[in-house]
Design a protein around this ligand. Structure first.
Ligand code: GAR
Length: 218
């Protein structure tokens, strides 16, 4: 595919913050895990000072599991259907994240809505990546919705997770043109290229805020 296309990223990309000791992160993912893979790559090559303590997925066959195995990152499969109540499902996730002592939780393709119960346990310590220019196209079919609506520009956003779905303070956004001949696959591929740029940068920024105890005022 054509990897050269015009886009805007804001704030502009700068160098990653350095973290010593490395920033301890937990990743929540439900799918293929290309964003997760990008974090693995940047961690392994020493560009981003993160220690990925655990991958949590809710899907037995999620591609992210193999990626965790290959990178020797522990993973836990926690399925919503195994719990009578959503709170118990989330409690299992919370306890896992506490056990792995994470400082920042990264939702990288996590397709379950999280409740205030979960969010309040990790206030200002959860970030999410979403494939649209929020607040446009919230929800689970953002790319399809942007095409159906005839949007001419879309992109991706990383934000702190707040109680309302796909809301919360924005950290970074990237924008690109939608082409006349785009379909979900072609547009999704270009959005992913931008996601792989803004998610690591957003982790760097969020980690800096968390380590600096700036979050109270954010
Ligand atoms: C990404 O496009 C991410 O923005 C989206 O899931 C995809 C995961 O891709 N997240 C959502 O739609 C959340 N509402 P990946 O598995 O290749 O990283």
């Amino acid at each position: 595919m054509d990897k050269s296309f015009n886009y805007i990223i804001s704030p502009e990309i700068s160098e990653f913050r350095r973290f010593s000791p490395k920033l301890k992160i937990g990743v929540l993912a439900s799918g293929n895990g290309t964003n997760f893979q990008e974090l693995i790559n940047l961690s392994e090559n020493g560009e981003l000072d993160i220690d990925i303590k655990v991958l949590i997925t809710n899907k037995d066959d999620a591609g992210c599991i193999k990626r965790a195995d290959s990178a020797k990152i522990p993973h836990r499969i926690i399925r919503g259907k195994d719990f009578l109540e959503k709170e118990l499902f989330e409690l299992e996730i919370i306890n896992t994240l506490i056990k792995f002592d994470v400082e920042l939780i990264v939702m990288a393709g996590w397709m379950k809505i999280v409740t205030p119960f979960f969010i309040n346990k990790f206030k200002n310590k959860i970030i999410n990546i979403h494939p649209s220019l929020l607040p446009s196209y919230k929800g689970g079919s953002a790319i399809k919705d942007s095409l159906l609506n005839g949007s001419k520009i879309t992109g991706c956003s990383v934000h702190f997770v707040a109680e309302e779905v796909d809301s919360g303070s924005l950290i970074m956004q990237a924008a690109l043109s939608i082409r006349d001949d785009d379909d979900i696959d072609s547009l999704s591929k270009r959005i992913h290229i931008l996601e792989h740029k803004i998610l690591p940068q957003s982790i760097s920024h969020a980690g800096f805020l968390i380590r600096s105890n700036f979050m109270e005022n954010y």
